[in-house]
Design a protein around this ligand. Structure first.
Ligand code: FES
Length: 179
């Protein structure tokens, strides 16, 4: 299965000769509204990426190219913004994304146990999606809740002071909701 660790720039090698995927009407309107808030269109890059991701579930190379054209940036500049912002997915993800913090506090407080438990439970590695497309597992840098380590996010919901057992419960709940 192809890993999709979105935050690792080294794993992503964009070929910008590929065809542009034009913004759809909703994306175009929403991005134009964001540009209106800033003195320079380039400042709307993160919002533009979020808008496309809300529509498509992830942001393809073709959409990066379309955003770049709209914001008067190069595709590499837009790709750099997407890579920096770890909630932008540059490859398809599952219905639910579980992001486990692997930075220092969480690592010390039990990250490895969490990672082992959840990868065994789902029978996939970090960076992969279950074959039914239900869940993607991602390692993620510090989520800003170090004093409650170890933590993980299930989509946008942060859960603190996890144990392997409590993380498995979250995973099973996510599986039920996506079935
Ligand atoms: S190290 Fe995990 S939240 Fe900061």
């Amino acid at each position: 299965m192809t890993p999709i660790i979105a935050t690792d720039a080294a794993t992503h090698c964009a070929d910008w000769r590929l065809k542009i995927e034009p913004l759809n009407e909703h994306e175009e309107t929403a991005i134009a509204a964001q540009i209106h808030h800033y003195p320079q269109p380039q400042a709307a890059a993160i919002e533009a990426l979020k808008i496309v991701q809300q529509q498509q579930g992830w942001v393809s190379d073709g959409k990066v190219k379309a955003i770049a054209q709209r914001l008067q940036m190069s595709p590499d500049e837009v790709d750099s913004v997407a890579t920096f912002y770890n909630k932008i997915y540059r490859q398809p993800v599952g219905t639910t994304v579980i992001s486990i913090c692997d930075s220092v506090s969480c690592w010390i407080m039990g990250y490895q146990g969490l990672a082992q438990a959840v990868t065994q439970e789902l029978n996939i590695a970090l960076g992969e999606t279950t074959p039914d497309g239900a869940i993607t597992l991602l390692p993620t840098p510090c989520l800003g809740a170090c004093d409650h380590a170890p933590v993980a996010m299930v989509d946008d919901q942060l859960t603190r002071q996890l144990t392997p057992a409590s993380l498995i419960l979250l995973v099973r709940r996510a599986q039920e909701q996506s079935s």
